[in-house]
Ligand binder design. Structure first.
Ligand code: ATP
Ligand code: MG
Length: 360
């Protein structure tokens, strides 16, 4: 009997080799996704441990695995549980990492006002909704908007010299906005700025995080450049609008990250088009398709497009990210898909290492 089981186990694993992770481009047995395989009286049970809970093809993968196993002779029943363990980046070698934080991802833009904070907030909430542990660091200490957009008021307190984050919508947040009064303009000199960011990274109690997103201040000047060198980043997401000026600045941002050897996870095109709520017609107010074209030109992934949407702006102003407020809306769905693609890109980068960086 035991011998039979061994043979059947092998047959099950062989069948599962037909199931591939389309992002990681390998089969789920080679990727070591199959855990706790048990076979008893023709009843097969196991877990598929993905590299992110925000896997774009989670449901499909379960179905593919079920279909594959049903072809194995002697199988009467299949029980699959879908689990995940987010992979940890090793890309930021040499920089002081944050214990417990697996992947630090910057969101940058080049040009200001393109919706970087809006995108960051909704990606963070979407990843948290998928089941990931997520933090959000507002590195825009000149104009911190994240507290307003996340609907968080209050002051952080310290426990044992560790500053505690404030949370909402399932995301742990730290922002200069928690520490200063509303309308005081903030003027930081370079060294002060660095020490603030260092404190935000290393003296804040982030806990265990799968993803820590960092909303960078706009621009590609010295401040941004040195910030990207200060923070142990595993990758960067670039947000642009479709106008030529914004894309030009996005290209500068790509070059900046490449200069400091931070992998570009991809480009998000925000304000891609306006869809008329009455007739459904799409108007490309700022042009359309420039994000995808830029991504292709620089050989980075295109992560998706977000329409111009009144409810999105209102939700942001009201401290309720649209992904939390109206998860079924097309604009929220766009963010969910982009979040899944970002998570997939993180997994791919962690699997392949940083060796495919192209320095220009
Ligand atoms: N797709 C969109 N549809 C409608 N409004 C949007 C969209 N994206 C962003 N906005 C609005 O545009 C304004 C600017 O967005 P946001 O603050 O996210 O940009 P930013 O790039 O972070 O700006 P800054 O450079 O000042 O940090 C906000 O009022 C936001 O609600
Ligand atoms: Mg911003």
């Amino acid at each position: 009997m035991a011998k039979n089981n061994k043979a059947m186990e092998q047959a099950v694993l062989d069948a599962l080799r037909a199931v591939r992770d389309p992002d990681l481009n390998n089969d789920i047995v080679s990727l070591n996704f199959i855990k706790d395989l048990k076979i008893e009286d023709g009843k097969v049970s196991f877990a598929i441990e993905l590299t992110t809970p925000a896997c774009p093809v989670k449901k499909e993968m379960e179905q593919w695995a079920r279909d594959a196993i049903m072809t194995v002779s002697g199988v009467r029943e299949v029980k699959i549980s879908m689990t995940s363990a987010v992979s940890r980046s090793t890309a930021a070698a040499g920089k002081q990492s944050i214990p417990g934080v697996k992947n630090i991802v910057a969101v940058g833009s080049g040009k200001g006002g393109v919706g970087k904070s809006t995108v960051t907030v909704n990606l963070a909430v979407a990843l948290a909704q998928a089941g990931a542990s997520v933090g959000l660091l507002d590195a825009d200490i000149y104009g911190p908007n994240i507290p307003l957009m996340m609907g968080i008021e209050g002051r952080p307190h310290a426990i044992d010299d560790r500053i505690q984050t404030l949370s909402n919508h399932g995301v742990r947040v730290m922002s200069m906005g928690f520490l200063t009064s509303d309308d005081t303009p903030l003027i930081w000199r370079g060294p002060m700025l660095h020490s603030v960011i260092q404190q935000f990274l290393h003296q804040v109690d982030w806990g265990e995080l799968d993803y820590l997103l960092i909303d960078l201040p706009p621009g590609t000047g010295d401040v941004q450049l040195s910030l990207t060198q200060t923070v142990p980043l595993m990758g960067a997401v670039i947000v642009s609008t479709p106008q030529d000026v914004a894309l030009q600045d996005a290209r500068k941002a790509i070059q900046m990250f490449r200069q400091v050897r931070v992998e570009i996870l991809g480009i998000v095109e925000n304000m891609s088009y306006f869809q008329c709520p009455h007739c459904g017609e799409r108007t490309p107010i700022f042009g359309h398709g420039g994000g995808a074209a830029t991504a292709a030109k620089y050989d980075v992934s295109f992560l998706g497009e977000v329409p111009i949407d009144l409810a999105l702006r209102e939700a942001g102003d009201a401290g309720k990210p649209i992904v939390a407020l109206d998860p079924g809306s097309p604009v929220a769905q766009a963010f969910v898909q982009i979040a899944e693609r970002v998570a997939a890109q993180v997994s791919i980068a962690n699997l392949t290492g940083a060796d495919k960086l192209i320095i220009e």
